[in-house]
Design a protein around this ligand. Structure first.
Ligand SMILES: Nc1ncnc2c1ncn2[C@@H]1O[C@H](COP(=O)(O)OP(=O)(O)OP(=O)(O)O)[C@@H](O)[C@H]1O
Length: 763
């Protein structure tokens, strides 16, 4: 056929048209050398039909009979340049969109064409293409072609657009080994086939056909695949096209994401308008490290509670979910919840990779959580000191959970006691070994609570007391531990600033940061009632410790026991100090050798009041029996916490309670001991509200200060009823054990397993 090429081709650049037109016409044609805009998979959007696109009178001279003639060809040629052989100058492109063409046989003579664009015509026959051995790009979209590749293959053909035609069957394209892009959208194809030999095919689009199964893709090196708008019900046979980066399966009937998991290079996945209904389907694409874009719009899964959060949590590599940006926030400025979730997930994953053992902290009951107390608040608010004192004074109940840090010890700090001071390298190794429950980076350094820190305390049969920043609390709340969280907050900002400066350890920037953290705590407390179980102002360590002692006694149920026993014996003016003294008689012995200047000294009193001796003895007896009770392994489920026993009995003697009421009209003053007895009795619940929460809160804008205690523990605010613990029986532990981790639904600490095994009582 190429023999038929007119001789004039060798005389003039271009073709016979140029030979027959004048010089000025030639110049005019040469001016049309700008190619139409590129469109990889379908250029029809830019090449509107003649009736819609072109301006009046311009390039619209559609031949009535639909035959392309020389004059028309001359107008449509462009892109003058060296021919494929390099021997001549030729027009290498022809664009004739929207001309109602039916007969393009004239193009048999245009053998040097490298790009042929004929969209929006009425072409059925493409046999002329057989005469274009150098053709690279063919766009015959929006025509009436039913014969798929109905021509002899130009061996270098790279891009073909057959979209919007009448093709119902694909044929074997073994000769098209140079094909890189193929668009057959909007045809009637039922089966993908014949592509096996297209070893360079990178882009394949078969949108809006009638394909019901994914087949025939073999080992194609596809980067982009579009099967939008077909009848697919499942993802299959895609394991081998692991090169895929963009996959569009929208508008099908797919229910599961199974079958996608091997597409490790996938970056964008469009599943809009399918039938995915379960969040857990995301686990199939969980391990795709490069997946940054996912579209699940118009799927039933959108109805699931927390759909978006769950997806973002499961697929943390995402930058866009359902066409909304997520990654910019999550990756570069993650919200605290995301940071906590990541921290938790990281430690969980590392821990799961270790040999699994049964932990002491999961005993003695599988139903009751291990008792933990967490003191939280901004840096240098005194949490650590308070935690140490508490563990000394209540050493039959608590021991200090020593965290790890990468900061170096300050003067006087002891390795293993204040922190385990370790290098960054050791810390990171510990993370990988799954040793931490939570970690956080504060300033330049890492801090982390190891499982062993808790276990070593649990092995002693004691509850673990730790201190940490807000981020640590957020992360810990995601674990199965259910600690009581006590917020310690300086109310006097200036005093707090001075305290930080006095330490001489911090730069001005660090001080400013610590001060700003106060607002963060206040904000969380305001926005999330019940997030903290108690709030204790900590401007004065002595006052804070008083309040803390009271709260802890309530958590332990010690207060109530006392009241049960001594409802008639307690003198009316029994003070906080008296209570603590009594607590000691029942196991809250202050450690011997405690600092004489210990500000809690005045609380301890000089001994057990004679009136209380009987009550104290009774308390000791009960403690023994509880201890026995808790160590009965077969009775785990029916464990009864000391606190809950106290609760029960407290109801009977509510009128003699010395605890601050939950609904006072104003904050009771701890310094006025009498104010405590004068307050009306509570309703009988042993809730942790009390001393600390009732202190003067005027200095800080803590919302609802007067009733803050209620808000903090979520007992009085009807709006937050779900978080309100409502123990209905002494065995309330079992009830609350089913509560969501971190919901703090329990008013008292879970039972402390068996008491200190080797008591270190002061001699
Ligand atoms: N595992 C942890 N997770 C989160 N925060 C932690 C952890 N361990 C310690 N922190 C907190 O990191 C912050 C910095 O610790 P640092 O030891 O420098 O402060 P601090 O002087 O002990 O503060 P404070 O006196 O309030 O305990 C403190 O607020 C501390 O409570």
């Amino acid at each position: 056929m190429q023999n038929q090429v007119p001789k004039s081709f060798s005389r003039l650049p271009g073709n016979t048209k140029e030979a027959s037109v004048g010089y000025f016409d030639f110049i005019r044609i040469c001016a049309h050398t700008v190619s139409p805009p590129e469109n990889p998979l379908g250029s029809q959007e830019n090449l509107l039909p003649a009736s819609e696109g072109a301006e009046e009178g311009e390039e619209r001279s559609v031949e009535d009979d639909g035959e392309l003639n020389e004059e028309e060809v001359a107008k449509c040629l462009h892109n003058l340049g060296p021919s494929a052989t390099g021997l001549e100058y030729m027009y290498r492109s022809l664009s004739a969109p929207g001309r109602n063409l039916t007969d393009i046989s004239i193009l048999c003579s245009y053998i040097h064409l490298q790009k042929l664009e004929l969209p929006y015509n009425k072409i059925k026959d493409l046999s002329c293409v057989s005469h274009m051995p150098y053709l690279l790009i063919l766009d015959v979209s929006h025509n009436e072609i039913s014969d798929f590749f109905g021509f002899h293959p130009p061996k270098n053909l790279k891009e073909v657009n057959f979209s919007y035609n009448q093709v119902s069957e694909m044929k074997v394209l073994s000769a098209y080994f140079s094909l890189e892009k193929l668009n057959v959208d909007h045809n009637s194809i039922r089966e993908i086939r014949g592509l096996e030999k297209c070893a360079r095919l990178r882009y394949l689009s078969l949108a809006h056909n009638r394909i019901s199964r994914i087949t025939g893709l073999g080992n194609l090196p596809l980067k982009e695949l579009c099967l939008r708008g077909n009848f697919l019900r499942k993802v299959e046979n895609m394991d081998t096209i692991w090169t895929l980066q963009t996959l569009d399966l929208s508008s099908n009937k797919i229910q599961s994401l199974a079958g996608l998991q091997n597409l490790q290079l996938l970056g964008s996945l469009n599943l809009e308008g399918n039938m995915v209904s379960e969040i857990k389907e995301a686990t199939h694409i969980h391990d795709m490290p490069l997946l940054s874009e996912l579209n699940l719009l118009r799927n039933p899964v959108q109805e699931q509670a927390d759909y978006r959060l769950a997806l973002i949590f499961l697929l943390q590599q995402l930058r866009t979910l359902d066409q909304q940006e997520v990654s910019a926030v999550n990756k570069y400025d993650p919200p605290p919840e995301v940071t906590a979730a990541r921290d938790h997930m990281m430690h969980l994953v590392h821990q799961l990779r270790q040999p699994q053992v049964i932990f002491d902290s999961t005993l003695p009951s599988l139903d009751a959580p291990y008792p933990m107390l967490v003191l939280t608040g901004p840096q240098a608010c005194g949490k650590r000191e308070l935690a140490h004192r508490l563990c000394r004074d209540f050493n039959d109940f608590f021991a200090y959970g020593t965290c790890h840090t990468t900061r170096s010890p300050y003067f006087g700090e002891e390795d293993g006691s204040d922190y385990h001071f370790v290098s960054e390298e050791v810390f990171q190794d510990m993370i990988l070994e799954g040793k931490f429950i939570q970690t956080m980076r504060y300033g330049e350094h890492w801090y982390g609570l190891s499982r062993e820190a808790i276990e070593s305390v649990a092995r002693e049969g004691l509850a673990c007391c730790v201190h940490m920043e807000l981020e640590g609390v957020r992360s810990l709340k995601l674990t199965y531990f259910e600690p009581r969280y006590i917020l310690l907050l300086p109310m006097d900002r200036e005093g707090y600033g001075q305290r930080l400066r006095r330490r001489g350890l911090y730069s001005q920037a660090q001080i400013n940061f610590a001060l700003s953290r106060v607002d963060e705590y206040v904000k969380v407390n305001k926005e999330k009632p019940g997030f903290f179980d108690n709030f204790i102002p900590c401007d004065s360590t002595m006052e804070a410790y008083k309040a803390l002692g009271q709260v802890v006694r309530e958590y332990l149920g010690l207060e109530e026991q006392e009241e049960t026993d001594c409802s008639s014996a307690v003198p009316e003016n029994t003070s906080v100090g008296d209570s603590l003294t009594d607590g000691r008689s029942k196991g809250t012995q202050p450690a011997q050798g405690a600092d004489q200047t210990d500000p809690t000294e005045d609380l301890r009193g000089s001994g057990l009041p004679t009136e209380k001796a009987g009550a104290a003895l009774g308390g000791i007896e009960r403690e023994k029996s509880w201890s026995l009770h808790y160590t009965q392994p077969l009775n785990r489920v029916s464990l009864t916490a000391p606190g809950s026993i106290g609760q029960q009995t407290l109801r009977d003697c509510a009128s003699s309670s010395s605890v601050v009421p939950a609904t006072g009209d104003g904050p009771p003053d701890l310094n006025e001991e009498n104010s405590l007895q004068e307050t009306p009795a509570r309703s009988g619940r042993s809730s942790p509200q009390g001393m600390g929460v009732g202190l003067n809160m005027d200095a800080l804008d803590i919302p609802g200060q007067v009733h803050n205690s209620d808000r903090l523990i979520g007992t009085q605010d009807p709006d937050h009823a779900p978080q309100t613990p409502q123990p209905s029986s002494p065995g309330g532990m079992t009830e609350s054990a089913s509560a969501r981790p971190g919901s703090n639904a329990k008013p008292i600490l879970p039972p402390i397993p068996s008491g200190r095994k080797a008591t270190t009582r002061p001699k």
